[in-house]
Design a protein around this ligand. Structure first.
Ligand SMILES: [Zn+2]
Length: 515
């Protein structure tokens, strides 16, 4: 950071450093945002009792919170956050409604403290941005994500233009469930309670064969994970929840942790984590400093792997009601990953703006911002209850990593576009995709997406998958021709330093999916 630009350019151009060029260039982009060394020292020393202390207070408060759950005619119980969120997936509406009430009541009880923490951290973030010359609160995240503000805005606006798709689906879901009006607590209702189970050996066969059918090389890497016991999937008392793939270091190999419970959903989680595992395995040669991708492409291989396995599952379960349930669940995951994440980001923008212009905000004021951000996605089709206003209070992303959420939307739409490309091109696509994974964090996201989609000069190629199926006479007629968002993947100026892939991404993603 102390080296001036001319000297830095000379150093970066030195062939001896060619291998680390991307890393060095990305680090240099942070230079305008660093202060002097003594200033940085003071900030660093004070953070333990400042920002980090409030984050810890949030974590410990949420972990210790209990939620009163009371089913009519049943016994009352105090549940943890995870337990009460899980009940929102119950097939019985009375259970879901009781869970929603319990969640609201538990959050309201802790609202003063949680809202205070949020107020402080939002203000702290603003102070940081001012000290470091960032022009808007999202700017540090965009820099880390190697993405331009205009691209993110374009992505979000394009997503918002397709809210009618969400409304149309929920109208259908209400019909399938036999309900006149959907409420917020009906969104995750399963279509059927009796879905087939899938045991570990079958799960292994399904996932491994779906990767192998895509590429023998990918299949061989995935087989290695099973054969060499790099996956810890069994349930044990005291084992942590969630799922993630840890890249360890390039000289070792990745490890996967998950909790396999014989559900079809777990087969998808296995495929997801093996996607990360494959990505991490292939990118080892670019070295420790450059193997991690920015958040925007961190979920690329995992979600792509899910798509491969999902298609296989559809073939394996020809029974119409099972297929319908699987498709609905996939669509709802898509909503949670794309539309909902854009809603969360819009809410976060409004929260930061209001904290700045209005001063400290009451929980009720933030509730209003939350409902305003949520209404366009749900429209008249899903009625949001007053209690839902409190449900922003436990979402850790706002606390831990401001403006994290849009990266999910980016990643999911990128994968839909890549998958569409694969459907059109077949075999040809495969080696380019594997090269893209092997580049780790070195290939800039736009270049990477452009190369894999071979679409740098064909703006319609890398579609966002936002267009309804069949429009524009898509080949195959199923996924739909790429929409306007794809253009922005290609035209983007992606800048920024390395970003560490969040371990436990699936865990945190699941939290978002749960609510
Ligand atoms: Zn993941």
């Amino acid at each position: 950071m102390k080296v001036d630009d001319a000297a830095a350019t000379r150093l970066v151009d030195n062939p001896a450093l060619a291998r680390h060029r991307h890393y060095l260039e990305q680090r240099r982009l942070m230079r305008p945002h660093y202060m002097t060394e003594p200033e940085e020292k003071v900030l660093e020393q004070k953070t333990t009792t400042g920002r980090a202390a409030f984050v810890r207070l949030f974590d410990e408060t949420v972990a210790a919170m209990t939620f009163p759950y009371e089913l009519e005619g049943g016994a009352a119980a105090d549940l943890s956050l995870q337990q009460i969120l899980a009940k929102l997936y119950d097939a019985h509406r009375s259970v879901r409604r009781a869970a929603a009430d319990g969640l609201t009541n538990g959050l309201r009880k802790n609202a003063r403290l949680l809202a205070y923490i949020a107020n402080n951290l939002v203000l702290d973030h603003r102070t940081d941005c001012e000290l470091r010359n960032f022009e808007r609160p999202e700017a540090p995240r965009h820099l880390a994500n190697e993405i331009d503000h205009r691209v993110v805005e374009a992505l979000m606006t394009a997503t918002e233009r397709h809210h009618a798709t969400v409304h149309r689906y929920y109208r259908l879901k209400a019909k399938l469930l036999g309900l006149d009006q959907l409420y917020d607590y009906d969104r995750y209702a399963p279509l059927f309670a009796d879905m087939p189970r899938c045991e570990w050996p079958d799960a292994r066969r399904i996932v491994q064969s779906s990767y192998a059918a895509f590429s023998p090389r990918a299949g061989a890497v995935v087989a290695e994970f099973f054969d060499r016991r790099w996956i810890d999937a069994e349930l044990r008392p005291g084992k942590r929840g969630g799922a993630f793939s840890s890249s360890a270091v390039p000289s070792a190999h990745p490890y996967i942790l998950m909790n396999f419970t014989d559900k079809l959903r777990d087969v998808m989680t296995l495929a997801h984590e093996l996607g990360h595992g494959l990505h991490q395995y292939l990118s080892r040669p670019v070295g420790y400093l450059q193997c991690d991708t920015p958040l925007t492409t961190a979920e690329m291989a995992s979600v792509f792997g899910e798509m491969l396995t999902f298609q296989r599952l559809l073939q394996l379960y020809p029974e119409p009601r099972i297929r319908l349930a699987m498709l609905c669940s996939k669509i709802e995951d898509g909503f949670a990953t794309v539309f909902r994440q854009v809603v969360l980001t819009r809410f976060e923008q409004a929260l930061h703006e209001a904290r700045h212009t209005e001063g400290e905000l009451t929980a009720e004021r933030v509730n209003a911002l939350w409902l305003t951000a949520n209404r366009p996605m749900h429209g008249e089709v899903v009625r949001l209850t007053d209690g839902y206003g409190w449900w922003w209070l436990y979402i850790g992303h706002f606390i831990h990593t401001p403006f994290y959420c849009y990266a999910y939307a980016f990643g999911e739409l990128l994968v839909l576009a890549l998958y569409q490309q694969y459907k059109q091109e077949g075999e040809q696509f495969v080696p380019r995709y594997l090269d893209l994974l092997a580049a780790g964090g070195v290939g800039r996201a736009a270049q990477a997406a452009g190369e894999a989609g071979r679409g740098r000069h064909r703006p319609d190629v890398l579609g966002a998958g936002l267009e309804p199926a069949g429009r524009h006479g898509a080949r195959g007629g199923r996924v739909g021709r790429p929409g306007v968002t794809g253009r922005f993947f290609l035209d983007a100026t992606f800048i920024g330093p390395q970003y560490h892939l969040c371990a436990g991404c699936q865990g945190s993603k699941r939290n978002l999916l749960l609510e």
